[in-house]
Design a protein around this ligand. Structure first.
Ligand code: LR7
Ligand code: MN
Length: 591
């Protein structure tokens, strides 16, 4: 099996030492991601999920026999109530070998019964909600898979059967995307035939990728609503009603559950917090960022209320079947994996619908650090992924497509390989809004360049050096740390590229902002790069005349590191005659 390294990771450890906002660091669900409770008591999730591999781990030889053996052998109480399964050390070698088949702890998964119990992770208020089940539409649950493990696939199926009101569950459709494992053939057919719910297996004779596999499933669906799940999920109590009731009220809503974490090593069910939403960075990689202020306010009033999200993760959502087709289903020219989640998010928002998260619906998903399967197609994983993303950019991003290709060499290289005429016609036919409308209205907290804001480098005049954001310990997550001054790079260089918004925020990729976190303390304030939070503390003004960059809250000016703050820029009393306080905003073209 190939080890798929999507992005180079320098150091996967996450450190909180240099983040003064952190009150309680939390163990993050992913490598390359930081999670913590900040000083306000708000849970902050920064970073992303991109299927990165674990550096240094090599893949052992996996024999045909091993790959084709269904090792499911449940122990009655293993993983009960979502508890972790610990493999005794004498089995460690076997555990590690099996890990590589699916890139999760297969040995642990194979010990857990298919119908294990799970905690009810919903907020108390969710229990008080009454749903008129008889008035909700029915759904087909569509699960696509390629070489999935028996235990994870069927635990997904059983969790859906056990925890859905029977009248709402029309059927479960399993779409086999040309799996090679023998136990996923006749044994699967025979197994599902005995289940109390209509479960059909649809087979693709060629490896078609998850996007077209989902289209195969949708075509067969008899339910009013389509509900998609990955093949390694577990639905918890009450998961379905909140999704369907939002669609019953308005069929243009595309609704996602809260995605909890099934730990890839222990299969522990870990409740995830409800204070993030989905968005993306300058590379069009999906990210979880802290909720926007408007949504936080909505939540304060009623924590059971569904909230809007700029984008969805892609794997777990419900959509009205007619609306799915009315809106152009999926881009069937997308291969294997990636891009379809943002494509659908943009399309839904820009063409009149909405994407939201229903916080009373919780479904667990096994998050992996790397992908277990091959990416057939020219250029392997990169070629496939960037052709998909180039399609997204060319169809939906308007002026920002050029910006995307400018800073994404991999995507620029393949942009001429793709033709998107049919999707542009669809966009035209649906009279969709443009991408500027999307940024302005759906994601006003975004950090993309715009006509109404500065975009470029911020240069210290005296030293001729440029403001630079830290890379962060994880390499490409929402990196926080000291505000650096570095040799200016002539070309477009994302680490030295900032936007300065009308509201006075100095932001850059990954939603990080120039900040003075301790500006209200007695100490001399440090200047740091922190997660953007729209606090007054992150606002600045620039005076062209004096070339001073003033921190609004403290009234102090951005200056070089000081004795008290040797590692990072500091704030000092403004002095128009001080050479160390002069900054030059150097515009760059982004289209
Ligand atoms: O060629 C393939 N054929 C398939 O049938 C490749 C994959 N698949 C199946 C696969 O077996 C699985 O059931 O497709 C499903 C998704 O593949 P994963 O589990 O490898 O994807 P992921 O969980 O790493 O990635 C997320 O992004 C994908 C982008 O294309 C899809 O949208 C996934 O559905 C999506 N998963 C989620 O949203 C779960 C939450 C993750 C987050 C954040
Ligand atoms: Mn998945």
């Amino acid at each position: 099996l190939l080890v798929l390294v999507v992005f180079l990771i320098k150091d996967p450890r996450v450190s909180f030492d240099d983040n003064p906002d952190v009150m309680i660091p939390l163990k993050s669900r992913h490598q390359n991601q930081e999670e913590y409770i900040d000083k306000r008591g708000i849970h902050v999730v920064v970073g992303h999920y991109m299927g990165d591999d674990i550096p240094g781990k090599t893949t052992p030889n996996l024999t045909e026999e091993l790959l084709n053996t269904n090792g499911f052998s449940p122990q009655p109480t293993a993983g009960e109530n979502g508890n972790p399964v610990h493999i005794p050390s004498w089995e460690a070698a076997r555990m590690q070998q099996l890990y590589h088949i699916n890139k999760f702890n297969l040995l642990a998964s194979d010990r857990i019964p298919l119908n294990r119990t799970l905690p009810d992770v919903r907020k108390k208020k969710c229990h008080e909600k009454v749903y008129r089940v008889d008035q909700l539409p029915s759904t087909s649950v569509i699960i696509v898979f390629h070489n999935e493990a028996w235990s994870t696939l069927l635990r997904t199926v059983h969790s859906v059967i056990t925890r859905s009101p029977p009248s709402l569950l029309e059927e479960i459709l399993l779409v086999d995307d040309a799996s090679q494992r023998t136990f996923l053939k006749e044994p699967l057919d025979e197994y599902v035939a005995k289940l109390p719910v209509s479960v059909r297996v649809i087979r693709s004779s060629v490896r078609t990728g998850l996007i077209r596999a989902r289209l195969l499933g949708a075509q067969e669906a008899r339910g009013t609503v389509l509900t998609f799940l990955d093949a390694h999920c577990e639905a918890t109590a009450g998961w379905l009603e909140p999704l369907l009731s939002r669609i019953a009220e308005d069929r243009t809503r595309v609704v996602c559950p809260i995605i909890d974490i099934i730990h890839e090593d222990t299969f522990q069910y870990v409740r995830s917090f409800e204070l993030h939403w989905g968005a993306f960075n300058w590379n069009l990689h999906f990210r979880w960022y802290t909720l926007g202020q408007q949504e936080l306010d909505v939540r304060k009033k009623d924590i059971t209320e569904a909230y809007r999200t700029p984008a969805m993760a892609g794997g777990l959502f419900s959509i009205h079947k007619d609306y799915f087709y009315q809106l152009g289903s999926y881009d069937r020219n997308m291969d294997v994996w990636g891009g379809e989640n943002l494509e659908m998010s943009f399309r839904v928002w820009m063409c009149g619908g909405s994407v939201e998260i229903a916080p009373c619906s919780h479904v667990g998903h096994v998050f992996r650090k790397s992908s277990p399967y091959t990416f057939p197609g020219e250029g392997g994983v990169g070629g496939v992924l960037y052709r998909n993303l180039a399609r997204v950019a060319l169809v939906w991003l308007d002026d920002w497509a050029e910006f995307y290709f400018k800073i994404n060499a991999e995507a620029a290289r393949v942009r001429d390989d793709v033709t998107v005429r049919d999707r542009l016609m669809l966009r035209d036919r649906l009279s969709c809004h443009d991408f500027k409308w999307y940024l302005d209205n759906i994601w006003p907290e975004h950090f993309f360049p715009m006509k109404d804001r500065f975009f470029g480098k911020i240069r210290h005049e005296q030293l001729g050096r440029c403001l630079q954001r830290p890379v962060g310990p994880g390499g490409s997550n929402q990196p926080t740390g000291p505000a650096l001054l570095r040799e200016c790079v002539i070309e477009t260089f994302p680490l030295q590229t900032f936007v300065f918004t009308k509201k006075g925020y100095i932001m850059t990729d990954e939603s990080v902002c120039l900040d003075a976190p301790d500006a209200d303390s007695a100490r001399e304030p440090q200047v740091r790069i922190m997660a953007c939070n729209e606090f007054e503390r992150q606002r600045w003004t620039y005076d062209e005349q004096s070339r001073l960059l003033k921190h609004l809250m403290s009234g102090l000016c951005l200056d070089l590191p000081s004795k008290a703050n040797p590692e990072t820029l500091s704030l000092q009393k403004c002095d128009a005659y001080s050479r160390s306080q002069k900054w030059h905003f150097q515009h760059e073209d982004w289209t």
